[in-house]
Design a protein around this ligand. Structure first.
Ligand code: ADP
Ligand code: MG
Length: 376
């Protein structure tokens, strides 16, 4: 009995060790925009090697230095950002549970990074990831692999889940579309959302697949609950999670590969006062729910980095939902989005400190190299 306990503990330890190597933090500073109160004089300086940055303290101007896996300067375009992400997307095709987060204050570029806009150069990670998977599905057909893909899109608002694609579901019964969604664990120990709409995306014809994606993004945009705050009329007070379920089947040897890619646009991380958001009870409740789930996410990363034997996944819907990506051989990547203005430097510093809980490398130490072990 004791031996078994020790074995389990050791196994757990190894898996957490492995996961630590599979968490990456990228920082992206957006450029100045016409709406910013200042239009130059950034509080943030990115090092030429793209791995560290310096931010000036608002009060005394003294610099704070940070080093991360990657730091993108304001000039970095959507294509450059995606080229650093495509390995992660590939991991989902290789059978891993993969999650990307975008974290930062409202207006810092989270949605721009994840979703982007239009269907050209400004497209973000979601359409580029789907495109990459469709390309890959086409080339692997030559090796007799057949890939199926389906998408779900949900929102977590005030610790409640909302299906953003429920209007696309064919009604099979008179069950209400608004029935409360619950996160459950499958027999295999995987998290899933009971009753969540899954829309199949055509993998035989890439153009058709991309059109389906556009259509479902439009449906989700309509379904999202957005409330205006002083900072950003489109400010999102909820987390959104775009999920791709991938399943490959090899017609030669019957091998099956299953992976998921979760793209998570987190609610604004700003503290209460600046947005003036807490003037009524509803806003206050929202902000408390956001703070709670973001701090739960931080707690999970801290527990992982301290190799704690208890990881508090169950403390928030977000971490419980994404538990498979945050444990075992899951892979997680956090984008920390920053605004360059001096007015935002206090929030930026908070975001960077949050990020160091996720994954920090002390300045002056060798950069670690992470190798992907492709699963066969
Ligand atoms: P968030 O989702 O964090 O609230 P958004 O992604 O909506 O922020 O970005 C706020 C505004 O800044 C949007 O108009 C967006 O198009 C613009 N923006 C953000 N990042 C960039 C960037 N890297 N390049 C150009 N415009 C950007
Ligand atoms: Mg947004």
């Amino acid at each position: 009995q004791l031996l078994k306990g020790e074995q389990v503990r050791r196994q757990m330890h190894n898996r957490i060790q492995e996961l630590r190597g599979n968490i990456r933090v990228f920082v992206r500073t957006r450029p100045f925009l016409p709406g910013d109160q200042q239009t130059s004089d950034s509080s943030i300086e990115v090092s030429p090697d793209g791995e560290s940055l310096s931010i000036a303290d608002k009060r005394n101007g003294s610099p704070h230095d940070f080093r991360f896996d990657k730091v993108f300067p304001p000039s970095a375009g959507q294509d450059q950002v995606f080229s650093e992400v495509s390995d992660f997307v590939q991991s989902a095709l290789d059978g891993y549970n993969v999650c990307l987060f975008s974290y930062g204050q409202t207006g810092s570029g989270k949605t721009h990074t994840m979703q982007g806009s239009g269907n050209g150069a400004m497209r973000g990670i979601i359409p580029r990831a789907v495109e990459q998977i469709l390309d890959q599905a086409r080339t692997s057909r030559a090796q007799n692999w057949e890939f199926k893909m389906s998408a779900s899109f949900l929102e977590i608002y005030n610790e409640e889940l909302k299906d953003l694609l429920s209007s696309m579901k064919q009604k099979v019964s008179n069950q209400s579309n608004n029935a409360k969604l619950a996160i459950k664990r499958s027999k295999e120990g995987r998290s899933f959302v009971d009753g969540l709409t899954e829309v199949a995306i055509e993998t035989e014809d890439s153009d058709a697949g991309m059109r389906q994606l556009e259509a479902l993004m439009a449906v989700a945009a309509r379904a999202r609950s957005v409330a205006s705050t002083k900072m950003n009329a489109q400010s999102s007070r909820s987390h959104s999670v775009f999920m791709l379920h991938l399943r490959g089947y090899n017609k030669d040897n019957g091998a099956i590969m299953e992976g998921t890619l979760n793209l998570c646009d987190l609610a604004g991380s700003e503290r209460l006062d600046r947005s003036g958001a807490a003037t009524d009870a509803k806003r206050l409740r929202e902000t408390q729910a956001i703070n709670k789930s973001l701090s739960c996410l931080g707690d999970v990363f801290t527990a992982l980095s301290q190799r704690s034997s208890h990881i508090p996944y169950r403390n928030s819907k977000l971490t419980y939902l994404l538990q498979d990506c945050l444990s075992g051989d899951g892979k997680a990547m956090m984008f920390v989005n920053l605004s360059p203005t001096r007015l935002s430097s206090g929030e930026s510093l908070c975001s960077l400190r949050f990020a160091t809980r996720v994954n920090s490398v002390e300045l002056g130490k060798a950069k670690k190299h992470i190798q992907y072990n492709s699963r066969k």
